[in-house]
Design a protein around this ligand. Structure first.
Ligand SMILES: Cc1cc2nc3c(=O)[nH]c(=O)nc-3n(C[C@H](O)[C@H](O)[C@H](O)COP(=O)(O)O)c2cc1C
Length: 220
């Protein structure tokens, strides 16, 4: 089975079969449109060492939205597909696709689909404030939430699930840091999150869990 086919199968398997929950989720997403991302432009001309020099955490933002092309390039840099095999810009645990990237924006939450390079509607409404506990959270246009599929991490303890899922998120987070540094964007990777509350808000099924969040926007 190819990696792409495997991921498609796992994505299908992750949706609950409980009809009541399915109905609740369907109602929560109604009216939120998908976002078709333009093809990523892979011609950034900032050198890696300059981006490394500029990398930092930012905690003051304007509410200026990201242009669609910038959002596209950002998500590709974060965890997009960079090879015909379907593999990604970040390494991941045991070649098992564990991490999903949810993007909370003012109008709702969408799930990044790297295969289609598209943002799929997940939840209508602004939940950016609930992705963290610090004052600056929700000032920026984008709050990313890293969600792990625990059920895909077989034969490991709950502690190891947390550990490996966190490392997966951290690699993606650093990709975002470097992309933001090269595009004069600000970002901060955040562990100060009410994980259980956020999982409830996102209506995560079964063994999926929130690992970290990351704020992205234009610095003040
Ligand atoms: C695992 C982890 C969790 C973090 N959690 C938070 C957080 O909840 N809130 C925050 O403002 N910064 C958070 N940060 C960012 C760090 O505070 C920041 O990277 C560190 O102070 C160094 O600053 P710099 O990134 O500007 O170099 C976190 C960083 C990591 C690696």
């Amino acid at each position: 089975m190819t990696l792409v086919a495997y991921n498609q199968r796992m994505n299908n398997a992750s949706s609950t079969t409980e009809p009541v929950l399915d109905a609740i989720r369907a109602a929560a997403v109604r009216g939120l449109e998908p976002i078709e991302l333009p093809a990523p432009l892979l011609n950034g001309n900032q050198s890696l060492t300059v981006a490394l020099k500029l990398r930092r955490s930012t905690r003051e933002y304007t509410d200026r939205p990201l242009p669609l092309q910038v959002l596209s390039d950002l998500l590709w840099a974060a965890f997009g597909i960079n090879r015909p095999s379907g593999d990604r810009t970040a390494p991941y645990w045991r070649h098992v696709m564990v991490l999903d990237i949810y993007v909370a924006m003012p109008d709702g939450v969408r799930l990044y689909d790297p295969l289609a390079h598209k943002l799929l509607p997940h939840l209508k409404g602004d939940i950016r404030k609930q992705t963290g506990v610090q004052d600056f959270v929700s000032m920026a246009p984008i709050e990313v939430i890293y969600v792990a599929h625990g059920e895909r991490m077989t034969d490991v303890s709950p502690e190891e699930r947390r550990l490996y899922a966190s490392v997966d998120a951290a690699f993606i987070g650093q990709n975002i840091y470097l992309f933001c540094a090269s595009e004069s964007l600000g970002t901060v990777f955040r562990g100060s999150v009410d994980h259980a509350a956020l999982a409830r808000i996102l209506m995560l099924p079964g063994e999926q869990f929130v690992t970290f969040a990351q704020t992205i926007g234009y610095p003040k």
